[in-house]
Design a protein around this ligand. Sequence first.
Ligand SMILES: Nc1ncnc2c1ncn2[C@@H]1O[C@H](COP(=O)(O)OP(=O)(O)O)[C@@H](O)[C@H]1O
Ligand SMILES: [Mg+2]
Length: 359
Amino acid sequence: MRVTRLDVQDIRSIREARLIPGPGLNLLLGENGAGKTSVLEALHLLGYGRSFRGRVRDGLIRTEAEAAQVYAEWEDGTGKAHRVGLRHAGNDWMGRLDGEDVAQLGDLCAAVAVTTFEPASHALVSGGGEPRRRYLDWGLFHVEHGYLAQWRRYVRALKQRNALLKARNAGAQLDAWDHEFAEAGEPLQRHRESYMAALLPHLQAVTEQLLPAFGIAALELQAGWKHSQMSLADALLLGRERDLALGHTGVGPHRADWRVDFVARPEREPYSRGQAKLVALACLLAQARHLREARGEWPVILLDDFASELDSRHRGRVLEQLAAAGAQVFLTGVEAPPEVAGKTVAMFHVEHGQISPAS
Ligand SMILES: Nc1ncnc2c1ncn2[C@@H]1O[C@H](COP(=O)(O)OP(=O)(O)O)[C@@H](O)[C@H]1O
Ligand SMILES: [Mg+2]
C-alpha cells in the first residue's frame, strides 16, 4: 500500500498536521521533541489500534484534547484508492473505512498494513513472548483470510474458560468450553506452522543481505502445549487440576512462542542489544516481504529514529533493499542519514508539531 495523504489531529503535541508523502522513501527531520515519532504513531495507530509506545489512553491523545484523530488515503497494490478515518478517545473509538462505519477496530486495522521498527523493537527477539505472538498474529491477519475470525473465537473461548477456572467451576460447562477451546485453538497452531514455513525463505533472503556473518537462519515455533505429543484437548485435560488451582489456562496457542536461530551461532548465546535490533529488523522486513508475495503489495514501513538505531553499514543495506523493492518507507531522524544520498527521497521538516515539505 502507498499512503497518499495523512491527516493527524491531537496526537501528543500535534494539534493538526497534514503530510502528503512521496511513493518511496520519506524522511521526517526535526529536533528532539518536534513531533516526528508522533507522526509515525498516527500511521501505526491505524494499523494496530494502538501506538508502539503504549495504549491510546496512556498519553497518545494530546493533553487538553478529547480524542486523537487520524485520516489517511492510500492506494492498494492494484492502484485502487481507499480512505480510512479513526477517532480514538482511549476507551471508545469510531472508525470509517471507504465510507462505511467499522464495527470492530480489528477490521479497520486489517485493511491497513504497517510494519514498524522503532527503538524498542529489539524486544521482538530479546523480550517476553507477547510481542512475538503479536508478530505471528499480525502476519496471519494480513495474509490468511479467516484467521481473524478464528482468533476471535479462540480468545472468546479462552476468556470463558478462565472465568470458569477463577470461579472454581469444574462442571459440565468447563467440559463444553474445553471442547470449544480445543476446536478453536488447533487451527490457530496449524495456520502458524504454515505461516512460519512460508516466512522462512524470506527471513533467509533478508538475513543473507543484512547479516551475512550470522549464516543461515532457522525458525522454531513452540505451539504453547506439547504439540508433538498430544492434542490440545488432551493437554487441557492433563492440565485441568493445575489450571483450576491457578485460575487460568496454562496451555494453548496464547502461550505460543518462536525463536530465530542461525547456523553460525549454534551456541545460542544471547544477542547483544545491537544484534537483537538487527535480528528484529530482519524479522520485520521478512514479514513485509512475505506480505508482498502473498498480497502483491508492501506494507507501509516505519523506521523511527533510524540513524540512531543502526550503524551506517546496516542502514545502507536496509535502505538499498527497501528502495530497490519500491516499498513506501517513513524514516525519522534529527538529520538526513548519509546513506540516502543518491536515492529519491521526499523530505519533510517537523517543527512544533507542524509538517512542511523541505526541498
Ligand atoms: N499527550 C501529549 N500531549 C501533548 N504533548 C505531548 C503529549 N505526549 C507527548 N507530548 C510532547 O510531544 C512531543 C513528542 O514528540 P515526539 O513525537 O516524541 O518527537 P520527536 O520524535 O520529534 O522527538 C514531546 O515534546 C512531548 O513532550
Ligand atoms: Mg522520536
